[in-house]
Design a protein around this ligand. Sequence first.
Ligand code: BTN
Length: 251
Amino acid sequence: MNISLIEYEIIDSTNDEALKLARSGADEGVCVLARQQTAGRGRQGRTWMSERDAGLYFSIILRPNLETKFLPLITLMTGVAVHDTLREFGIKPDIKWVNDVHVNGKKISGILAETTETDTGLAVIVGVGINIRASNYPPEIADIATSIESETGTAVSIEELAEQLGKFIEYFYGLLNEENGPDAIIGEWAKRSTYFSGKHVRVEQSGHILTGVTDGLEPNGGLRLRTDDGIVIVQAGDVTQLRADRLNFSR
Ligand code: BTN
């Protein structure tokens, strides 16, 4: 895969632009980067704050040749790449299933993967937002959000961050496409996430709440949750760590 960057000063959403480019035939590896987004999108219809020069707003076009059941692993692979990118800048992150990167329990990065059919087959757009400065989120969420500058005292350059991220995505996407790649990505994810096993969590799925203890991942990246009713496989949902005082010690 050849990584090539297309840079914008301001754009609605780098994911929307990458979706358009993919539909008009852009190659795998084309990345859209912007200094500011006016309509940055998060998961589940949420807004992704995208102040000028306060974050990395990056979307890459992938044209995977994977069995459909393994497509969710693209999100996990990207989480691993974001994790290793942040390590390069002196941060010790954790990956919260499925696609958030945290530092000391606060969110520093989110990933939004979207698929589209194109004339040359399925394309996956992987959007990554990384907070570089605290000005990228309102002060009232400072207890749940953080930035590279807040963690290290230094705001890195957008180009440098994008270059490292592109390099790690290229490496781990290559790994995913190898024989036994899906297992290898799950292994890499497990090494970098405290959510892999033994974590007491609450999962919210369209208003339905589940609680349990994490018990590894399924081959397609689904989260195995040990509940009072046995193992439940979670394919989508918002996971939060349960604090000790909210645990049910009845068993
Ligand atoms: C989330 O955690 O909800 C996912 C956030 C993803 C945000 C990024 S910023 C670059 C790309 N363009 C978008 O509109 N969204 C993603």
